[in-house]
Design a protein around this ligand. Structure first.
Ligand code: UDP
Ligand code: MG
Length: 306
């Protein structure tokens, strides 16, 4: 098998038939021996019936349906586990990732890379999205052990060994951009202009963006913990200085200082809580997703959990 296309789908009843048609047009010329693995991530619309229809009509089309909405990262993981291709490409169902690019990505991958990342040119996006994104990547890259370039999303093609490396990472909180960077290997970038979403709605509410950002920051380095200690030390020193001033007959600044110190303590508790929450999740060792149905897959539903 030359290529597996993994497509996470959450409420993509219109997107998925469109993407399928596009793939049928493009892929035979690029990688004739291919498969599509679509993962229904607990959609509430008619995505699953659409997937069943497509799998019935096209032997190269396979699907999994998760027992509920587990989030895109889990859906991608589910797809990667079922991929048989020597190379695997992950793409969105909403045609924001142009299938025309696949030929180019394949050529670059075969020229000796293990990952080819399609980097979205953000210039067409509204400033309200571009600025927070830029700020987030600056912050992340400043402290992170691995480099995560802005615009490098999940539209990427991997060799089998990169996929295996990724699948060997067991963590629950999967900040995939960070994981892709963490596994290393030779990575090439191919720029592209992302179009507007075709139908459906984006999952990126502000809340989802903030949560995703926290995942990135807290899963990928321990600096916040160390920083917490530093801030604690600073506040303690300030407190000591203040006490000395009081002793020497200074003004009654005690109340604001106490307030400030209490605030900082709570902030630091929050940081520790972030880690604690993550450790808690990891130690439970729950599977990342559960599969309730699959179709067209050579290997049935066996081992569906995890
Ligand atoms: N998706 C998913 N599970 C979710 C949310 C999204 O599988 O809980 C899929 C969605 O169907 C799409 C891809 O992930 O194929 C990207 O989602 P979206 O288009 O909402 O994100 P954006 O393009 O705005 O980054
Ligand atoms: Mg999208």
């Amino acid at each position: 098998m030359d290529l597996t296309v993994v497509v996470p789908c959450f409420n993509e009843q219109d997107g998925i038939p469109r993407l399928h048609a596009e793939l049928l047009r493009v892929l035979p010329g690029v990688a004739p021996d291919y498969e599509v693995v679509a993962v229904d991530d607990g959609s509430t619309d008619r995505t699953l019936p659409r997937l069943r229809e497509l799998a019935a009509s096209d032997p190269r089309f396979r699907y999994l349906s998760l027992s509920r909405n587990f989030g895109k990262e889990a859906a991608v993981l589910a797809g990667l586990r079922r991929a048989h291709g020597r190379r695997v490409v992950i793409m969105d169902a909403d045609l924001q990732h142009p299938p025309e690019l696949l030929g180019r990505m394949l050529a670059v991958l075969d020229s000796g890379h293990d990952q080819v990342v399609a980097c979205r040119d953000r210039s067409g996006e509204p400033l309200s999205r571009r600025l927070p994104a830029r700020f987030f990547y600056r912050l992340l890259n400043r402290f992170c052990e691995v480099r995560v370039p802005d615009g490098a999303g999940d539209f990427r093609m991997l060799t089998r060994r990169a996929v295996q490396a990724l699948l060997a990472l067991p963590e629950q909180h999967r900040f995939s951009k960070g994981l892709f960077a963490w596994i290393g290997f030779d990575t090439a970038h191919v720029p592209f202009r992302g179009g507007a979403r075709q139908g459906g709605r984006s999952r990126w509410t502000w809340r989802a963006l903030v949560e995703h950002g926290a995942d990135g920051l807290f899963s990928f380095h321990r600096k916040p913990l160390r920083g917490a200690g530093c801030v604690g030390a600073l506040v303690a020193t300030a407190g000591a200085v203040q006490a000395l001033r009081e002793l020497a007959g200074g003004g009654p600044l005690l109340a604001p200082v106490l307030l400030c110190a209490a605030g900082v303590q709570m902030l630091l508790l929050g940081v520790v809580g972030e880690y604690l929450g993550r450790i808690h999740l990891e130690t439970m060792g729950r599977p990342h997703f559960l599969v309730k149905e699959s179709g067209g897959l050579a290997r049935g539903i066996g081992g569906s959990a995890g």
